[in-house]
Design a protein around this ligand. Structure first.
Ligand code: ACM
Ligand code: ZN
Length: 515
């Protein structure tokens, strides 16, 4: 009899424990829901209670930082405070996120928040594949929700020039076309590919961004990645040959001639018009992957080197970019360049370097001298690589200040981070969204919070909730099973990626065989 009673007690005890565990999980879920904000706010105080919706009050507090805000929810209402209209906008985004999660009742809480980095960027390459204004707007909406503040618009590359320039309509009419698309083994298409944005469309995008406190940074890549410009203006190539816009991926030897005065004249004209359309602080002058073979053989380039007393072609590269930067600085602009632009050693110290792959170590050197640097290290911030190569967790855990060799000054010179999406292998909007989301959530979190206090489990839960929100905005994302794949699947995706891009053209380049 007594053993039966003890069995009943045992069973009751187990039931109690289970009930307590379920209750605890439910409470945690509620708490986790409340924490579903990306980027995660710096400081959240939650009373554990929920209150009914009250009236929403907004005010600007001049004592707060320009991007700093606070958000208080209690029985008296909702109180948003920010150091500027922009900061209030961020407070509002956070508030909407809480609303989205918590429906009828709101958590009684106080949030104090400000970003660690002033530069929080995302880049879209519209040259390899083009995306419509409506698609670009959707990406901007998604980025705005993540508190990104710079849209780096990659408008010119070997495969197409995508901005209408009134004074030089050939740039988009001729330079905006290529004779096919042969990106990798899978994407082979011989049809003519012609696209560009009209000035009105570019203005529309600029305005759309402004309303969301995002600055557009247009990029015109010089002196390399310039085949599309040269297709329109062959006289600007070193040997005046008819260059064609490229139909495949790669690094090409067709550079703008740095010894021809008409080159800078054309660049100035492009800068004039794009500065007019995009009124922000920054302009991007590219500067990556520019093999100097043709400059070495060009009498004009060589005579320019002598005229300016330069040592070599790398210095000539710096000098050309410096001239364009000087022109932009006179208009009150700041210039960003990819890290290779500094390889020559004489790049203007005011220019911000974008670190992506820096074999020469110039980014770290300049950062340590106090020059501004943006971190967009290709591994893991390039969203065009498959999840199998750059899984979500790696993107989330990446520390932008972990670049080897940075001193304390160097770390302070990191103004922010950016995540680019190159589109050689991204032919449609669905794929673009799949590649960017949720990985851009992870970059946004680091852009706002730096790398301290990471909690990947919590972040994943928040990411799920954000994917739902994106879906409602017409932006899809990668399914959860693809975020962090098994080692076998990772190996398979890596091999498939390499196999797809190993076209004949790529092999030719690797072996350095002339076309
Ligand atoms: C780059 O990926 N070429 C900047
Ligand atoms: Zn030349």
């Amino acid at each position: 009899y007594s053993s039966a009673a003890s069995d009943v007690y045992k069973r009751q005890f187990v039931c109690y424990i289970i009930a307590i565990l379920i209750l605890k999980t439910k409470l945690n879920e509620k708490r986790v829901n409340f924490m579903n904000i990306i980027p995660k706010p710096q400081k959240i105080t939650f009373s554990g209670k929920y209150v009914p919706h009250g009236s929403v009050n907004e005010s600007v507090d001049a004592d707060m930082g320009k991007e700093e805000y606070s958000l208080k929810i209690n029985r008296d209402g909702v109180f948003l405070k920010g150091g500027s209209e922009r900061a209030l906008h961020y407070a509002d985004i956070t508030y909407k996120q809480i609303l989205r999660e918590d429906g009828n009742m709101l958590p009684e809480c106080e949030i104090r928040d400000k970003p660690v980095f002033s530069y929080r960027g995302f880049m879209v390459d519209v040259c390899r594949h083009f995306f419509t204004v409506e698609e670009i707007k959707k990406i901007i909406d998604a980025a705005a929700m993540l508190k990104f503040n710079y849209f780096h618009f990659h408008l010119s590359d070997d495969q197409g020039f995508r901005a209408e320039i009134k004074k030089h309509p050939e740039l988009s009419l001729v330079g905006g076309s290529r004779e096919g698309s042969h990106f990798g083994k899978k994407e082979n298409d011989d049809s003519v590919y012609s696209h560009f944005y009209t000035r009105a469309q570019l203005k529309e995008i600029a305005e759309y961004c402004k309303e969301r406190y995002i600055e557009v940074i247009p990029e015109i890549d010089i002196p390399g990645h310039a085949s599309a410009i040269l297709q329109a203006y062959p006289e600007l190539s070193c040997n005046k040959e008819q260059v064609k816009a490229k139909t495949s991926q790669g690094i090409f030897k067709d550079l703008l001639c740095a010894g021809n005065p008409a080159t800078l004249k054309l660049i100035y004209d492009i800068l004039d018009e794009l500065c007019d359309i995009f009124p922000g602080k920054y302009f991007h002058l590219g500067g990556d992957e520019a093999p100097k073979d043709k400059w070495k053989k060009c009498p004009k380039c060589q005579s320019k080197i002598r005229e300016l007393g330069l040592k070599n072609e790398e210095e000539l590269h710096c000098s050309l970019v410096n001239r364009a930067a000087e022109y932009l600085e006179k208009k009150g602009r700041r210039v960003i360049c990819w890290n290779e632009a500094a390889n020559g050693g004489i790049l203007d110290k005011n220019i911000t370097l974008a670190y992506w792959l820096d074999k020469a170590g110039v980014s770290v050197k300049r950062a340590n001298e106090g020059c501004p640097v943006i971190i967009e290290k290709f591994k893991p911030y390039y969203a065009d690589y498959p999840y199998g190569m750059y899984p979500l967790k790696d993107v989330y855990m990446f520390d932008p200040k972990s670049i080897k060799g940075l001193t304390e000054t160097g770390k302070k010179s990191i103004v922010g981070v950016e995540t680019p999406i190159w589109t050689e292998y991204i032919t449609d909007f669905e794929r673009l969204c799949y590649m960017c989301f949720p990985r851009w959530f992870a970059v946004a979190d680091t852009a706002w919070n730096g790398r301290d206090e990471k909690n990947y489990r919590e972040f994943r839960l928040a990411a799920k909730s954000y994917c739902d929100a994106l879906r409602k905005m017409g932006v899809s994302s990668a399914p959860e099973c693809d975020w962090d794949e098994s080692p076998q699947k990772r190996l398979r995706e890596t091999l498939a990626f390499a196999d797809n891009l190993m076209t004949k053209n790529m092999l030719r380049q690797l072996l350095n065989v002339e076309e």
